[in-house]
Design a protein around this ligand. Structure first.
Ligand SMILES: NC(=O)c1ccc[n+]([C@@H]2O[C@H](COP(=O)([O-])OP(=O)(O)OC[C@H]3O[C@@H](n4cnc5c(N)ncnc54)[C@H](O)[C@@H]3O)[C@@H](O)[C@H]2O)c1
Length: 271
């Protein structure tokens, strides 16, 4: 499988190395708006990609050389790179899943994929339980709840909680309780997990989210609770941050690599 990657940050670096090490895949291009990110990554690869770019200029000319585009850059990159790739009939893997909270963009992605006969892969990312939710969703799901606990200072810079308020937290404090739709507006830090869960299940309006600032923890902890005709399950994941981007859970990068390996494997385990 010939792969092109947009975004050479925490996730892009891990994915590029995994592609480089897997003889069933070939890394054809790397794109990042910061040349130094690409340079740093190139040094770690055994086989150098054929093309390197620092913008979307001339992107269409690269597309005939790949089978699949990996987007691990930013929400704006979904419009800039994913849509042209789909129009060229290429499969895509999207990490900035928060972009798909925009219903208009989601419909455009879905329509383009259908019209051009390609597939859109969205890895589970930093949460655990998407498999059970998908299975349960074949019948009725009563509710989906996401409870996210993070150290208070991970909310630094959020418009709705002041720095002073965060510093003074000395026991777990609920910062938000409501729909995933409102959560992604008020707490964009949570946009990817809330979006993946909503897309896999009952949608952004019905998925319930609670966000807690907890001074007793040093990891991002996501608890998912799903109840439906199938019964009930609860998952808890204590995420280790990525070494180069503490806002990104390491599991998100690993989940993208596992998705890529799943695409080229003849036997697929798990829903
Ligand atoms: N699905 C999930 O569970 C999950 C989890 C963590 C992060 N993410 C998302 O994945 C994406 C990548 O995360 P990361 O931690 O690797 O980020 P990062 O900031 O470490 O790296 C992103 C890289 O992409 C580049 N970039 C951004 N927009 C670009 C554009 N339009 N054109 C060219 N280059 C561009 C940046 O220069 C940067 O080097 C982010 O959107 C993040 O929100 C998803």
């Amino acid at each position: 499988m010939r792969v092109g990657i947009v975004g050479c940050g925490a996730i892009g670096t891990e994915i590029s190395k995994a592609v480089d090490e897997d003889e069933r895949m070939e890394l054809v291009f790397l794109i990042d708006r910061h040349p130094e990110k690409v340079e740093a990554l190139l040094h770690t690869l055994k086989k150098k990609p054929k093309f390197v770019r620092f913008s979307s200029e001339g992107f269409e000319e690269l597309l005939p050389h790949i089978d699949l585009l990996v987007e691990c850059a930013s929400q704006s990159a979904v419009r800039e790179f994913v849509l042209p790739a789909l129009r060229a009939g290429k499969d895509v893997l999207i990490l900035s899943v928060g972009a798909l909270v925009d219903a208009e963009l989601f419909e455009e992605v879905e329509r383009s994929a259908k019209e051009n006969g390609c597939r859109v892969f969205i890895p589970s990312g930093a949460i655990v339980g998407i498999d059970g939710l998908k299975s349960g969703h074949v019948r009725r799901i009563y509710h989906v709840r996401l409870r996210t606990r993070k150290p208070p200072l991970s909310f630094k810079g959020n418009k709705h909680v002041s720095f002073k308020e965060l510093v003074e937290i000395n026991e777990p404090k609920v910062l938000f309780r409501g729909s995933a739709k409102d959560a992604v507006q008020l707490f964009p830090e949570n946009v990817n997990v809330a979006a993946s869960l909503s897309l896999a299940g009952i949608g952004i309006e019905k998925t319930e989210v609670e966000i807690v600032a907890d001074p007793s923890i040093d990891k991002n902890i996501h608890e998912v609770e799903v109840e439906g005709e199938f019964g009930r399950f609860v998952t808890v994941v204590e995420n280790v941050p990525s070494p180069s981007n503490p806002k990104t859970s390491y599991l998100a990068a690993l989940s993208a690599i596992a998705t890529l390996k799943g695409i080229i494997s003849n036997i697929k385990v798990g829903t």
